[in-house]
Design a protein around this ligand. Structure first.
Ligand code: NAD
Length: 314
């Protein structure tokens, strides 16, 4: 099979999207990136990508986009992605994560069948809800616990139904919690690092005992390219990790890197409403394609903490 060359990315200035775009550009694939440049968009990545001759940028909202340029695959990263924001006000989450996906599916369907791109929806482990023991498989029922996860689960339903009803070709990819350089400082690692660096305690929800799996963004990019090149069409792929940590352990590791004594490193606040206790994914299917995570959390964390750069964002 020839390599996939013409890639339409949505949300390619966000945390995971920009790592994917950068890799594709370095591999000399042609990338068109549609992003509305929200608060979470990385302005430095915008400048960096503009220097590539194999890159085009369109500032647009996926909900009101009116046409899809020629492409072989469409990879939809665009989303409102922060759970705390969804709990405060879910409306934007429904607009982008649900109606935005519906619009992209409709634009895909409107093309003549041979010209339709494969639709790759970036979903999340959160659509399954939590699991105390064992791991979620792709066939498990979706029981999202918060409005963010609910809009992502609803989008997955749209993608599968557009596949069945209109015959579009699709994949849904469900990665676990990503970590890596230059994440917007609202998420646990960059926010906590930034606060500790300013002499403030990090904010810990509840007792910090809930467990997350940690997957490096570059491992996510590897998984996505593996699925794009050799994944089975019209199926879901979980992308998990081998590193499970309680949030308090993550804070402890950041404090150690920054030399902050533990008693000053965090302050506990009320637990997040609807807090999931643990996520875990069975990712046998993507591993059968030859993928496995290669980066190690404790080896990568130090450079990530030190690479924090809030000037990248508005
Ligand atoms: P992010 O919040 O860092 O970036 C989102 C990007 O999408 C931004 O560049 C933003 O400007 C753009 N965007 C938002 N709304 C848009 C709209 N209506 N139209 C066009 N562009 C829009 O998100 P992220 O962390 O990179 O997550 C990317 C995807 O991966 C999301 O779909 C998210 O649900 C999923 N995901 C994220 C994680 C994680 O740990 N970050 C884990 C699993 C799945």
């Amino acid at each position: 099979m020839p390599r996939t060359e013409l890639i339409l990315v949505t949300g390619g200035l966000g945390f995971i999207g920009k790592h994917f775009v950068r890799r594709c550009l370095q591999e000399k694939r042609f990338v068109r990136n549609v992003d509305k440049i929200s608060y979470a968009a990385d302005r430095a990545a915008m400048e960096e990508f503009a220097a590539y001759p194999n890159y085009r940028f369109h500032e647009a909202d996926i909900r009101s986009l009116e046409f899809l340029p020629e492409c072989d695959v469409l990879v939809n990263f665009a989303a409102e992605s922060h759970v705390d924001n969804a709990i405060a006000n879910a409306r934007n989450f429904s607009r982008t994560n649900f109606l935005g996906v519906e619009n992209l599916l409709e634009l895909t369907r409107a093309k003549q069948a041979p010209e339709r791109p494969r639709f790759i929806q970036i979903s999340t482990d959160e659509v399954y809800g939590d699991i105390d023991k064992g791991s979620h498989r792709e066939s498990d029922m979706l029981t999202p616990s918060n409005p963010y996860a609910a809009t992502k689960a609803a989008a997955d339903m749209l993608v599968k139904s557009w596949g069945r009803t209109y015959g579009i070709t699709w994949n849904i990819v469900r990665p676990t919690n990503n970590y890596g350089p230059h994440q917007y400082p609202e998420k646990l690692i960059p926010k906590s690092s930034w606060r500790m660096r300013r002499g403030l305690p990090a904010i810990m929800h509840g007792d910090g005992s809930y467990v997350r799996s940690w997957l490096h963004t570059e491992d996510t990019v590897d998984a996505l390219l593996t699925i794009i090149e050799s994944g089975e069409r019209n199926r879901i792929y979980n992308v998990g990790s081998e590193t499970e940590l309680q949030n308090i352990e993550v804070l402890r590791a950041i404090a150690k890197i920054l030399g902050v004594p533990e008693e000053k490193a965090w302050v506990a606040i009320e637990d997040r409403s609807g807090q999931d206790t643990r996520y875990s994914l069975d990712d046998t299917a993507v591993r059968k394609l030859g993928w496995k995570p290669r980066r190690r959390f404790h080896e990568e964390l130090e450079s990530i903490v030190h690479s924090l750069d809030f000037t990248r964002f508005a």
